[in-house]
Design a protein. Structure first.
Length: 316
């Protein structure tokens, strides 16, 4: 038991050192390219910045494959994924580990994942500039109180969202939306009185906005489901090797024609229909999570440090 804890700490220290070193190696060139782009706008510069970011993610993936103990992966993927695609991606959200899993599975299969960010993040040293350089849609949005006083501001927010997405439309991308809006916990589920066993209630405004702006340009709406059969892990659990089983399911969602033909903000009948449609997707996802967890039934409880390591990897 004591030796296992020492091994976990050493592994965590090794990985933290490797990720930090990789960040210092890849970060300055990305920032330099961003500064260069302000002088010489070029699609080639964008491509170089993305390639450097993918290289950084590749180091993380190498650590997962070669330094962490073997993980029993249950992965289901559609055959039509492409690095040249334009995707909207929905995903359930339980842990900061979700993003790492998304990067691990998607790195060689889908374009770089981005998400809507607040414009105020631009002022965070290094991080805000990196978001800007890599084409994350950064938005200035008015508060609900301001819009209530001046409804015209709602249209300004829509135009701002279109502007924020403009750079995406000329390149491959994966635009992520965590519909729950926050990480799942049992306490949050009970506070919401969520009708789902494994999910919080979905917030439909963000995905509706993305579909309104990009819907006719995207190749597909994708739905990713992640499960941790031995309990929701912390970031420390993952990078010290205590997460030994993970399930990932990605599938394409069929977009009915009416979804791309309505106005979520102004048409109340369309909004209600859209919310019902997302609720059905969420019911299906809740059932899918149950089925994915059942696939792991009877295996070892990997977050228990007293149990032996799994010795194989599997992908289905």
């Amino acid at each position: 038991m004591k030796n296992k804890k020492v091994a976990e700490k050493l592994r965590g220290l090794t990985i933290a050192t490797a990720i930090t070193s990789s960040t210092f190696l890849h970060g300055p060139p990305v920032l330099t390219l961003g500064l260069l782009k302000t002088i010489i706008p070029s699609r080639k510069i964008d491509e170089l910045a993305i390639n450097l970011t993918n290289s950084w993610l590749g180091v993380n993936n190498w650590l997962i494959d070669h330094v962490l103990p073997d993980i029993d992966w249950h992965i289901t993927l559609p055959t039509e994924l492409s690095m040249d695609g334009r995707y909207l991606l929905m995903c359930n959200h339980q842990s900061w580990v979700d993003t790492t899993i998304m990067q691990y599975v998607g790195l060689t299969r889908m374009p770089l994942t981005r998400f809507f960010t607040k414009w105020e993040l631009i002022f965070i040293p290094f991080l805000g500039l990196a978001f800007k350089i890599l084409g994350f849609p950064m938005m200035k949005r008015h508060s609900k109180q301001a819009i209530a006083k001046n409804p015209a501001l709602k249209q300004q927010d829509l135009e701002e969202a279109k502007r924020a997405c403009a750079n995406l439309q000329s390149q491959p991308y994966t635009l992520l939306n965590y519909l729950e809006g926050t990480r799942f916990t049992t306490q949050k589920k009970q506070a919401q009185n969520s009708p789902y066993q494994h999910l919080l209630k979905p917030k439909t405004g963000g995905i509706a906005l993305a579909l309104q702006i990009l819907g006719k340009e995207i190749d597909a709406l994708m739905d990713m489901t992640i499960v941790y059969p031995d309990g929701i892990p912390t970031y420390g659990d993952f990078w010290t090797g205590r997460v030994r089983r993970i399930g990932v399911d990605i599938r394409q969602v069929e977009l009915p024609n009416w979804v791309l033909a309505g106005d979520y903000e102004e048409d109340m009948a369309y909004r209600a229909r859209f919310q019902d449609w997302v609720s059905q997707l969420w019911q299906d996802k809740d059932q899918r999570i149950k089925q994915m967890l059942q696939r792991f039934a009877g295996s070892e409880q990997s977050l228990n440090p007293d149990l032996p390591s799994l010795s194989h990897q599997s992908s289905t």
